[in-house]
Design a protein around this ligand. Sequence first.
Ligand code: PEP
Length: 253
Amino acid sequence: MSRITPLVAGNWKMNGMREQAAEIGKLAESLEKDPVDGVDVMICPPATLVMPFAELMKDNRIEIGGQDCHPLVSGAHTGDISAEMLADSGATAIIVGHSERRADHGETDALISEKAQATWRAGLVAIICVGETNGQRSYGLTLDVVRRQLKNAVPDGATAQNTIIAYEPVWAIGTGLTPTVEDVKKVHDDIRSVLVERFGSENGGGMRLLYGGSVKASNAAELMSVENVDGALVGGASLKADDFLGIINSYKS
Ligand code: PEP
């Protein structure tokens, strides 16, 4: 039995208006009525909803996270948002290095490492995303790509408390495709051994490793039961409380 408390985190991406507070309200209510023990739950809404959601959830066990941050605290960076601003709004974690940011904004591992350090500077947890594209996978490069991303995007100060790694094969995000459980195990085992070697057994061995990519209620139990999978980062299926609850419920004993 793993000593790591799993986390099911929802990434809402660029979806959600204030009225979607009803969904997170429904989620909180359901978890209150029918608690699922031993699993942490987080929603990462667009930046506009971080503060209202954090206020709504302040007496609740659902944490609120950001989806990205600028490496600096403040300054002339129009349209950007700092980790400190997200902390000030009530976020407890920030996703950095999501493949959509790597693809849409040309984010490099070096920049992602700076963003992770900014997240820590603000006292928050960095959820650092790694994962191979379909092309890289077809050339058998999955482990090489993930190892390179871990080496360059995860800064030296990573601990079990300040960092979560999300393995998200790019080809599985939003496609309905998922790797086999054997493939997920192979990659997660490899990530674990890389982290233990670099950060030691306490930190590398205690860091949460999330799987992300087309997780839904119907495949969550199977994926979440894989060794070294300590939860999920969920996109599409986190937008509706019922769908997301179906995933969280895979941790019901
Ligand atoms: C994601 O974008 O982090 C993700 C996992 O998306 P989906 O669950 O929709 O594949």
